[in-house]
Design a protein around this ligand. Structure first.
Ligand SMILES: *Cc1c(COP(=O)(O)O)cnc(C)c1O
Length: 517
């Protein structure tokens, strides 16, 4: 006997039906968002571990001591594989005497964004502490390819984000582009290992060396690449704590750590530096609030899953999975290299790459990467469209299509390669969607025309934004999903003022979760 309104089994059945509408999370058909090890046993392990700690509150590791043990385990594993142990450092006496403060410590967070946010908050507060009374807003210097999480961090924590251009052809960063912009107001320099948009491994040693000389903190965003690159079969330049000037590093366990979503690690060199990460207050009548992450009460499930996976896999298991990923990545890059009209952008490092139009061939042989992605999607393969972007120096980064390769991809390489070739054949010679034309087409569908909206930019109300979304075909559709053709949508993103695009996307995301009726 209970007071339930619905039968739990029936509710679960409904959820199963809802899940059928999701993009497939397993099997390698979605080349972003999900990181499938292809090992069913690891998924079972993660679920079992998470279930064991389901009632635990990760807020307090002194009350729930399993949390402290697991967090220390995960941080220890990360510190080891990212060369943050004392014996990894050039100065072998670093762990004794006055340099003892340089030990690498860490925190498990809810994901890459939280790791990046906390890296910025920590750097900001360390910068402020060293300059008591300085009213200035500190700067973050980073390449334009840095993850959007740092845009969010700058906005949330009140820093200026100074984005430097990369080579528009290859997406690569010159160290001097960063070092030319250093100054006393720089609280943090961020480099990536590798970057999300083009998978460039930034010149971390050169940047970190210059920053170390000037006492400027350097964060390596290895959110996506970290747990893959640490075991990558090809030799790579040093990119982690083996580089002396690196002061913090983020790496997501819910990416190439194969854990379910909600877990990442932020490592920081120096206990005293890391203590700036903590929030603490005893100035309220409740329990003392002292913690290193943004949330209060938090789940221990993702941590437990990540801990169990690192324990079971160990370095050897990670290396085997990285080897599969590397093999699949190489094979698919070769496939794309062989497709007339497309090119892999720059020199990608690790398990991801971006694909652009090869403009060295005549127009009728060129392949637009967004039409290509749409054609592949028609065949059941989800590639990620990335818009083009004008940099601060006026050069234009091309619009591209992004592929993130996971261990499971290795099992479907022939099928996927076939699909990529077939999709290119289907759209070769079809020009990029002209955003200006799409915009002109919209003018008729929008009452009052498009001009007032362009003038108002982001300053439109919710109903006006929804009306425009409806005219674009992004709202009002019963299915609630994305349209079959994304190329025109991305063309619009490029053509509209970014403030207006931003406002429209806010409306789209907000309306998607609004209760119906
Ligand atoms: C995924 C990613 C992030 C943000 O991580 P989330 O887990 O999505 O919050 C940050 N940086 C890079 C390079 C990433 O790929």
């Amino acid at each position: 006997m209970n007071d339930f309104r619905r039968d739990p089994a029936e509710v679960l059945a409904e959820l199963e039906r809802l899940r059928k509408g999701d993009a497939p999370t397993h099997g390698g058909r979605v080349l972003s968002y999900v990181y499938d090890s292809g090992v069913a046993e690891l998924d079972e392990l993660a679920a079992a571990a998470a279930r064991l700690v389901q009632p635990v509150n990760g807020l307090d590791p002194t009350t729930f001591t399993s949390v402290a043990a697991m967090e220390a385990g995960v941080v220890g594993f990360a510190r080891h594989v990212f060369h943050g142990e004392a014996h990894d450092r050039a100065d072998e006496h670093a762990d004794s005497g006055p340099d003892r403060a340089e030990v690498v410590v860490g925190t498990v967070t809810s994901g890459g964004t939280e790791s990046c946010l906390l890296a910025v908050k920590t750097a900001r507060d360390a910068w402020r502490a060293a300059r008591a009374g300085t009213p200035r807003m500190p700067r973050i210097v980073a390449p334009i390819t840095v993850h959007a999480a740092f845009h969010k961090a700058a906005e949330y924590f009140g820093l200026v984000l100074d984005l430097v251009p990369v080579d528009p052809e290859t997406g690569t960063l010159a160290a001097s582009a960063i070092t030319d912009r250093l100054g006393d107001d720089v609280a943090l320099v961020v480099v990536s290992a590798p970057s999300y948009p083009f998978a460039g491994l930034d010149p971390i040693a050169d940047v970190a060396d210059a920053c170390r000389r000037r006492g400027i903190a350097v964060h390596v965003d290895a959110c996506i690449g970290g747990f893959a690159l640490a075991f990558w079969p090809d030799a790579l330049p040093a990119w982690d704590f083996a580089v002396p000037g690196v002061t913090s590093l983020s790496a997501d366990l819910h990416k190439y750590g194969y854990a379910p979503k909600g877990v990442s690690v932020l490592l920081t060199r120096g206990r005293d530096r890391q203590r700036h990460q903590y929030f603490r207050t005893t100035e309220w009548p409740g329990y003392p609030v002292v913690n290193p992450t943004m949330t209060g009460s938090k789940p221990a499930g993702p941590l437990a899953a990540a801990w169990a996976i690192t324990e079971v896999l160990g370095e050897h298991g990670f290396a085997a999975l990285s080897a599969k990923t590397a093999r699949a990545t190489a094979a698919l890059r070769e496939t794309v290299d062989g497709i007339e009209g497309l090119r892999v952008v720059g020199r990608p490092t690790g398990p991801l790459f971006a694909v652009a139009t090869d403009e060295s061939v005549p127009e009728h042989l060129r392949v637009d990467p967004h039409h290509w992605a749409d054609a592949a999607r028609g065949a059941g393969w989800f590639l990620q469209l990335q818009p083009g972007l004008v940099q601060s120096d006026g050069t234009r980064l091309p619009h591209t299509t992004h592929l993130t390769i996971t261990p499971v991809t290795d099992d479907v390489v022939p099928e996927l390669a076939d699909a990529l070739v077939t999709a290119a054949d289907a759209v070769r010679g079809v020009p990029k969607v002209d955003g200006a034309l799409v915009l002109a087409g919209l003018a008729d569908a929008v009452p009052g025309g498009i001009e007032p909206l362009l003038a108002a930019s982001g300053g439109i109300d919710s109903d006006t934004a929804a009306g425009l979304l409806g005219a674009i075909g992004l709202l009002g559709d019963e299915s609630g999903g994305l349209p079959a053709q994304m190329a025109p949508v991305l063309a619009l993103v490029e053509a509209l003022p970014s403030e207006l695009t931003g406002r429209l996307l806010v409306e789209l995301l907000a309306r998607v979760v609004e209760p119906k009726g």
